[in-house]
Design a protein around this ligand. Sequence first.
Ligand code: SAM
Ligand code: ZN
Length: 273
Amino acid sequence: MLSDVEDLLACPLCRGDLTAGERALRCPAGHSFDVARQGYASLLAGGAATGTADTAAMVQARAGFLDAGHYTPLASALAELASGTVLDAGAGTGHYLAAALRSGAAERGLALDLSKHAMRRAARAHPGIGAVVADLWRDLPVRDAVVDTVYDVFAPRNAPEFRRVLRPGGRLLVATPTAAHLAELVGPLGLLSVDERKDERLAETFAGTFRLESADLVTIALRLTSEEAATLVGMTPSAHHVPEGELRKRLAGLGTEIDATAQVRVAVYLPER
Ligand SMILES: C[S@@+](CC[C@H](N)C(=O)[O-])C[C@H]1O[C@@H](n2cnc3c(N)ncnc32)[C@H](O)[C@@H]1O
Ligand SMILES: [Zn+2]
């Protein structure tokens, strides 16, 4: 709930401390941010463009797929590395935070995402989650040095802000697809393939702010129905690129049972001070 994470939050307008009431979050300077009926708040300063936020349909597709347990090995790998107060940047449905809370690795979770549809779900995913609509490309509405673990799972990365909000000794966990991720779907369906230089670009993103501590691959053998494959595609950026009808046509060509391999790199980064 928001009240569990209010001591982490900062006013996006004046950086003052925020206090959670039933209907709003307020700072001492009198700025006020409504708490939605579904339990999340929006701390977007001004009317932010929502261009890259997941739509209601994308969030629903993601929730269905993740709830079916296909990515449980990834959730477990992340939870094993998590501790204390966990901020999930681009949290989506709150799936990975909820898993870390259920396992006991995390004590509480702050979900941030630009999509209000996602935050609506994250607010319900576990009682230990506070969900806040925020833009990762701006200053985060979070106080300095208050979180133990930052998650970034397939989401935009703001290295200076991630470092600012981490406590000394805290760690950043970054999950990114490898070039082999869903290769069995990417080719035949004409999806966007992962940039071969992704690891290099990631290193550039964090140069000077974080250093790589370790990295492991999580490889998951998936057996998907045509419907599940469609759902999985709906979760990726490719959802914007291949028209629905065309996708169904190409999927039909793959048969009724589709074997695919998910491969995700989970990297641990420590802040450079
Ligand atoms: C590929 S999804 C990953 C979601 C979640 N981490 C998961 O793996 O299930 C990317 C997420 O980033 C969010 N997002 C995109 N741009 C954003 C931004 N500028 N600020 C915050 N969230 C953003 C989207 O709304 C979406 O929920
Ligand atoms: Zn304020």
